[in-house]
Design a protein around this ligand. Structure first.
Ligand SMILES: [Zn+2]
Length: 163
């Protein structure tokens, strides 16, 4: 299994080529979004947020936001390290926190979670390619992580396979 340092190094190394390839396939702006998302996905939204990791430390004082996530999700389980499902759960988890923050900060005149969701949906409809570039970047960094870990299957699948 690769160390946190190895994961960071590979993320930094592959962000640029990934962004360039995506830029050629889509357009330069979406290539930039994809390459940036790849770096964010590997360095801040890593599957290893389910354990004490370099990605977790990068959140600084905000790392406490991931405490419930770490308690709920066993390390290297399908819910953090599963292709697609890991990214989907982390994004949903962040959205729950964002919604809570917006609710708490309502007195400051911030938009409600519902308004924010509507704005987000409109943005996704207006810029579907950019949204795909973002999601592809996040997910591709997870695949790099899984490939680096040697056995890309989450622990549950390995147990299942050995039965
Ligand atoms: Zn991992």
């Amino acid at each position: 299994m690769a160390s946190g340092r190895d994961h960071d190094k590979a993320t930094r190394l592959w962000s640029l080529p990934f962004g360039l390839i995506l830029g050629l396939l889509l357009n330069p702006a979406n290539g930039l979004i994809g390459g940036f998302a790849f770096a964010i996905g590997g360095l801040w939204l890593s599957p290893d947020l389910d354990t004490q990791s370099r990605a977790l430390k990068r959140w600084g004082i905000l790392k406490t936001l991931w405490w419930p996530y770490r308690k709920l999700i066993p390390h290297r389980s399908v819910f953090s390290h599963g292709p697609l499902i890991g990214t989907a759960i982390r994004l949903a988890y962040l959205m729950i926190w964002c919604s809570l923050m917006l609710l708490i900060l309502q007195p400051l005149g911030l938009p409600t979670p519902l308004n924010m969701a509507q704005t987000l949906i409109e943005l996704l409809k207006r810029e579907p390619q950019a949204a795909w570039a973002l999601l592809l970047g996040l997910e591709a960094s997870v695949w790099l992580h899984l490939i680096q870990d040697g056995d890309p299957l989450p622990v549950e699948w390995q147990r299942w396979r050995h039965r």
